[in-house]
Design a binder for this molecule. Sequence first.
Ligand code: RB5
Length: 155
Amino acid sequence: MKIGIGNDHVAVEYKKEISNYIQEKYGYEIINFGTDSTERFNYPESGKKVAEAVAAGQIDYGILICGTGVGIGIAANKVKGVRCVTCSEPYSARLSREHNDTNVLSFGARVVGIELAKMIVDEWFNAEYQGGRHQLRVDMISDMESHLTGRESEF
Ligand code: RB5
C-alpha cells in the first residue's frame, strides 16, 4: 500500500510522527509530498500534489495535514476523483470510508492531538467502503465533477 502525505509549514514534525507511526504499524510505503521546512509554505501545493497522485492511481490513499486540516482538504477536493474528509474524531473517519469512499484524509496539527490523530488514522485505514446503497450517492458526487477536465493547474 502506498500512502501519500502532504503538509504545510505548521505540521512538519507532526507529519513526521504520523509517517513513522504508519510505517511502523502498517508497513505501508509513505511518499512525502509535503514540506520539511518551517518556512512559510502554501498548503494548496501539497494538497494538490497528493490529490493528483491519488486520482492518477500513483498512490492508494492520501493524508494531509495543515494547521486546521481545512485549507489543504478544500484544495484536495478540487481534484477530480478525490473525496477528502477533514475530521477531528475517529467516528467520522470510519464512516467517511464506509459510506463516502473517501480516498484522502485531512486533519489539523493545531486542532488534533497527535495520539488522537493516530486513532483517526487507524479508524480510517481499518474501515472498508460498504458500497450498496451508498454507491448511488457517491456516483451523484462523481457526476457533479464530470464536466471537469482534470487539466493540471499552473503550480
Ligand atoms: C497557516 O497559517 C494555516 O492557515 C494553515 O496551516 C491551515 O490551517 C489552513 O487551512
